[in-house]
Design a binder for this molecule. Structure first.
Ligand code: SF4
Ligand SMILES: [Zn+2]
Ligand SMILES: [Zn+2]
Length: 304
């Protein structure tokens, strides 16, 4: 078997269109797909200060590498990496070391904040104190700090490493939970409308699969041995992920079909849910759907 484009040794077989590509042609294919997503969905424009939420895992590293290389020549778009240190010993400290090294070598500004600094405790300490599902508190604190840190650094948009697999899972999970309001906030450009206190998020890797990103990360030496958080446990998402992977093996294109059919109805969903007003938390002033935001609720529990 040879590369479809240049007849040299292939590194990956793309399941959806059944073609094999060599390293050079694969990297070109990957970058072209990201460029197309940015262009079609107008993810950012010249003059923007784009933040990349960086965890040190393969998806966020690939996003940073891509956006850095795509914007390096034009010099009008600024790229800044934002990292949140949750305080997970033996995991996040290691992925952050990797992220710091990458940013230093590529001269990318990196801003790091932590749960310890902002909430007074690391995630490890919080979980010793509270009997709570790790990802519930962690997810709320991370989203909250990303927005705060994005504003502190005057970012105009924030890129995350979400991929096609993540999005297909989330679409199904929202369907299973009958939560179409949450579904309306998905898509390559997240959220429904602009708000001065909320930095909108973009997903440049939206149309790339987990496998494609792993291959890209591997070919660019962006893979660390620390890819699994010790608190990640069997959850609803893992069940959905497993079912989708099995279906996709048997019926290739299942995941892409979920994404594409969802994108067809997404404008209708966004229009339907755009009427609600955004509130601001009475404690911290951050955007929330309630009177007091969930991060303030959790941080009160920690202080008790
Ligand atoms: S798996 Fe859960 S606890 Fe671990 S970093 Fe992700 S959200 Fe936080
Ligand atoms: Zn080739
Ligand atoms: Zn608050």
């Amino acid at each position: 078997m040879t590369c479809k484009k240049c007849l040299t040794k292939p590194v990956i077989k793309l399941p959806n269109n059944n073609i094999s590509l060599c390293k050079k042609c694969y990297l070109r294919y990957f970058e072209k797909k990201v460029r197309k997503t940015i262009r079609i969905y107008k993810l950012f424009k010249k003059g923007d200060t784009v933040g990349v939420a960086l965890s040190g895992g393969k998806d966020s590293m690939a996003t940073l590498q891509l956006l850095h290389s795509l914007t390096q020549q034009q010099r009008t778009t600024k790229i800044i990496a934002i990292a949140i240190d949750e305080g997970i010993k033996g995991y996040r400290d290691e992925t952050l070391k990797f992220a710091k090294k990458f940013c230093k070598e590529n001269k990318i500004p990196l801003k790091i904040t932590s749960y310890k600094k902002e909430f007074g405790m690391t995630l490890d300490q919080i979980l010793k104190k509270l009997d709570i599902h790790p990802c519930s508190v962690c997810g709320v604190f991370r989203r909250y700090l990303l927005n705060k840190e994005a504003k502190r650094n005057k970012l105009t948009i924030l890129a995350t490493g979400h991929n096609l697999d993540d999005e297909a899972q989330t679409i199904l999970m929202n369907q299973f939970r009958n939560n179409m309001a949450a579904a309306s906030r998905l898509g390559p450009l997240t959220g429904i409308k602009d708000d001065k206190k909320f930095i909108r998020r973009i997903k440049p890797l939206y149309f790339l699969t987990e496998k494609e990103i792993m291959t890209y990360a591997f070919l660019n030496n962006l893979v660390t041995p620390f890819n699994e958080c010790p608190y990640a446990e069997d959850s609803f998402r893992s069940r959905v992920r497993e079912s989708l992977n099995n279906l996709d093996k048997e019926y290739p294109s299942t995941k892409s079909s979920i994404i594409n059919s969802f994108l067809d109805i997404l404008p209708i969903l966004k229009e339907h849910y755009k009427t609600g007003d955004i509130n601001y938390c009475k404690e911290c002033g951050e955007p929330t759907s309630k009177e007091k935001c969930q991060a303030c609720e959790y941080s009160e529990l920690i202080r008790k």
